[in-house]
Design a protein around this ligand. Sequence first.
Ligand code: COA
Length: 329
Amino acid sequence: MGINILGMGSYVPGQKLTNNDFTRFIETNDEWIRTRTGIVERPMAGWEPTWYMGLKAAEKAVQRAGIDPKEIGLVISTTATADFHTPSMASIIQDKLGAANAGAFDLNAACTGFVYALDTARRFVETGDEKYVLVVANESLSRFLDFTDRGSCILFGDGAAAAVIEKSSKLYSSALGSDGSGGKLLCARALNVAPEVRTEAPDDFTDEFPDMPLHKLFQNGKEVYKFATCALPRSFELAAQKIGITKDDIDWFVPHQANIRIIETAAKKLGAPMEKFIVTLDHYGNTSSASIPLALNEAIEKGTIKRGQKLALIGFGAGLTFGGIILEY
Ligand code: COA
């Protein structure tokens, strides 16, 4: 039992940072960023709250789905960059959208969030409990980037994308995974801990990385890179083996958009041509959980991805998490 993606929408803020913009405050250059990551520019939220971008994307998705917001039974918002610890982004979006009959919660699986949320949503429609579920991926990573760390701040962008799904009998398989032992390789502290008790807290990540900044994204780029190049093919293979299909059956791979070299290495490991991979990171950067649906929506809007084609959505991210969904569009 699978899902039908009834309608999708996306929203990115109008402001952006180009590679050259970074040369004003860190030691870097356009050539280094392009060749090491494939990124050219990335949207920046500025004044726009995370939920606002999510709402804009959700409005388009609902309109394209051709349904009344009151028919939505559940709103799941994926974010690692919520505007509030509480209320959830999902509750704010549910209200502003007029989804008066929907439940709402946030889901945080970092950059793998959309894969996790779509698979969670699938279970709600599969049981028949809800007819339509809205998944909204919205992220403002710029809010917790350490703009003095040239190894991480150049990677990320802000944006949102949303999908309305319903039950269907189309092809579907999924696999979700996590290796929490790698949590400290990519993290940002939520609540403050007094410096005098910080080092006494069990498993405090600062034991290993004393320079980790409070409330800013900390990343061990090399280790995350190694994890990512294995996690992407693994996410596909775990989902594929459940339904006995191979990479040759897939029309389009829609990978998490972190670094072009990660995607190229994953393609090689899978033995699939790069031409089958949707790439949007050049103009969006890494938008965390919004990256896969932003890429998916753009490819649908351009007519690259067509109804009836088989897709593999494959992601990885902080946690460390990973996950894949194979579905027919
Ligand atoms: N501009 C110029 N030089 C930079 C730079 C930048 N923006 N960032 C790092 N460098 C420098 C380093 O300081 C280092 O200099 P040194 O040799 O003098 O010490 C040199 O470039 C090489 O650094 P290194 O870390 O080996 O580069 P890399 O090829 O591994 O690329 C990343 C770094 C971050 C691009 C890469 O490791 C990566 O993409 N990792 C995965 C990150 C990721 O995807 N995170 C999100 C997961 S959801």
